[in-house]
Ligand binder design. Structure first.
Ligand code: TXA
Ligand code: MG
Length: 318
């Protein structure tokens, strides 16, 4: 039988595996990533295999400094520079025109590469040690809920990777916000840990283009994504609980407590705390044998609530 991945905090070991072209799971502030040397096409193939990910879905490249980014892209639009300086390290991915050094497999043949500087001390230290950037999608089987701690990664991909760098639970809890530029005009392609409000306060109005067509600009926007195995329904909880009262329901609520199998995300009614616990709550309900159907509350459509509602919409499509 194939051995299971080791979980630890040894950065040298993680660096060694990555330098040998192997896969290592890394902590970030958003979700855990499944990393490989972004400049080594053979190492990158292993990511697609381990995740069972279609080759048309490109990977984000992670690095540790804005000065490094210039090695990988031909041009950084003015507004991208402003965002990078303000929000990196942080939950922001910029789509920028790639240099040849980035293998085509990383970008699924697209001209742009997604670049991000993650905000996690262990991963930043690791990236500084390496002489290459890391390609890393979320460390979950394709289509499933993203992992927000080392155990989540171990449970699903433990047999497919060598090392899981344990950086504790992710503090943001949803993936990065993805921004691309058309003629220097910024468009948001994925809602995420950096809110539209924060972005617009910095660079003015942006367009949100969450396309769901069969040929998406940002393939993470595929309609069915972030899905638990069980049926998930979201909306007004009082109505849903009444409607499904004869079923074995598991209820994920924003701040109110319900007298049934219930996870309250943030009794203090904070969207950032709710976001931190969101994916773990879905996993927890998915694994609970007492639960048949997962009911989740729709969040207020502002700030991180928009990113959470977007995940719910995709998780609910079967
Ligand atoms: O927070 C995050 O972004 C996490 C952590 C690990 O950094 N990563 C993550 O990766 O969520 P992933 O692969 O699960 O989602 C990345 C999405 C892809 O599905 C795709 O939609 C978009 O980013 N993307 C990446 N490169 C792109 C490109 N060159 N053009 C368009 N979209 C791209
Ligand atoms: Mg993902």
């Amino acid at each position: 039988m194939k051995k299971k991945a080791e979980i630890g905090t040894n950065i040298n070991k993680a660096a060694q595996f990555l330098s040998e072209g192997k896969l290592v799971a890394i902590p970030t502030e958003t979700v855990y990533g499944l990393a490989a040397n972004a400049l080594d096409a053979q190492a990158v193939v292993k990511i697609f295999e381990a995740k069972n990910r279609p080759s048309f879905d490109p990977l984000i490249v992670h690095t540790f400094a804005i000065a490094e980014v210039e090695n990988f892209v031909t041009h950084i639009p003015e507004k991208a520079k402003i965002l990078a300086e303000k929000f990196w390290p942080g939950p922001l991915t910029l789509l920028l025109k790639k240099k040849q050094i980035i293998p085509d497999i990383v970008t699924s043949g697209l001209n742009n590469v997604g670049i991000r500087i993650p905000k996690h001390p262990l991963t930043l230290e690791l990236l500084k040690k390496l002489n290459f950037p890391l390609a890393a999608p979320s460390a979950n089987p394709f289509g499933y809920v993203s992992p927000t701690n080392a155990q989540h990664v171990f449970d699903q991909l433990g047999e497919k990777i060598d090392y899981i760098l344990n950086g504790g639970a992710c503090t943001v809890g949803v993936e990065s916000t993805i921004i691309g530029f058309e003629n220097n005009v910024p468009n948001v392609y994925r809602l995420g840990g950096l809110t539209i409000e924060e972005i617009e306060n910095c660079i003015g109005k942006v367009e949100v283009k969450l396309n769901t067509s069969s040929n998406p600009v940002s393939p993470g926007m595929l309609k069915s994504h972030y899905s638990p195995l069980k049926k998930l329904i979201y909306g007004n909880l009082d109505e849903l609980i009444e409607k499904y009262k004869h079923k074995k329901i598991g209820v994920i609520s924003f701040y109110k407590k319900y007298p049934c199998c219930n996870i309250v995300l943030s009794p203090e009614k904070s969207l950032s705390i709710a976001s931190e616990h969101f994916f773990a709550a879905i996993r927890n309900m998915d694994a609970n044998p007492e639960v048949e159907i997962i009911l989740c509350e729709k969040f207020p459509e502002k700030g991180l609530g928009r990113a959470l509602n977007d995940r719910l919409k995709r998780a609910a499509v079967k």
